[in-house]
Design a protein around this ligand. Sequence first.
Ligand SMILES: C[S@@+](CC[C@H](N)C(=O)[O-])C[C@H]1O[C@@H](n2cnc3c(N)ncnc32)[C@H](O)[C@@H]1O
Length: 294
Amino acid sequence: MCSYNSSDVNSSEENPPRLNSQDSKQRDKGLVDGHLINAVCLRDTSFEQRIMALGCGEVVLPCDVVENAGALEAHSARYVLLLENNRIQLAPKDKSMGNPVVVDFSSGTIGFRGRQNVRQELLVKAVFGRDKKSVPNVLDVTGGLGRDSFILACAGCNVTTLERSPLVFLLLSDGLYRAAADIELQPVIQHIDLHFCDAVKADNLALDSSFYDVVYMDPMFPERTKSALVKKEMRVFRDVVGEDMDVNQLFEQARNVARKKVIVKRPRKSAFIQDKKPTYSVEGRSSRFDVYQM
Ligand SMILES: C[S@@+](CC[C@H](N)C(=O)[O-])C[C@H]1O[C@@H](n2cnc3c(N)ncnc32)[C@H](O)[C@@H]1O
């Protein structure tokens, strides 16, 4: 279900998985692998077991690690990563900062959308276009919390999903892991193949250009105005992931890889990526899917 690109090391009996061995120089700068540390992880036995079950032992998380609730409470980080109610979640310490981020395909809005007629979803319309019969292979280069990959998988697409943020990758891996144990979701989830990697890096094995009909991207565009309001549920996510400053490179990469089309998600009123007019757009009330035919 989840896998790593070639630079990642597979765990083995001799080389047991380890979580979060941090480089001390980077830590002094508050960084791990270029990611800002603003979270603390409660790494108790149940958390450790879940990490092993996910096969995520080699993912270096940008977190400080503590082993008990007291140390967690005393820590100054803004966010807490922990296993609660059988789900890995990232929660703000100050509850007024927003809701915990957790991936759960069985409930909430995403669970509801998955059970509806997904052919009505704008993204599905953009991906299938007029051809309702053939089912495209999709590369989702901005996995995030997996909602779009999930909708596409519900529509029957095989989706290869890439995510480069270690925290987001862990949350999504955990959501897929729990979904795989759910008898209703299991047939959908098996259409999603998640990889921990940066899509911009050309040497990623997942980017086999002969295979993907559609490349889909929904990056965190740098905001053009400081006043742009971020929805409450997205605040924690945006704070942890930050803005994707390399959207132009990602777009170039997507165009190199897609056989038929690249689809870019944008807020409805915002500019086209690179100011490049798409072949057509599928518009909703708040967002727009710009379709670039190859
Ligand atoms: C706005 S979120 C995507 C939300 C997603 N469409 C969903 O349905 O949940 C953007 C995500 O893309 C990831 N991302 C951005 N650029 C990437 C890249 N070059 N390679 C892999 N992941 C990337 C970010 O880390 C972030 O998690």
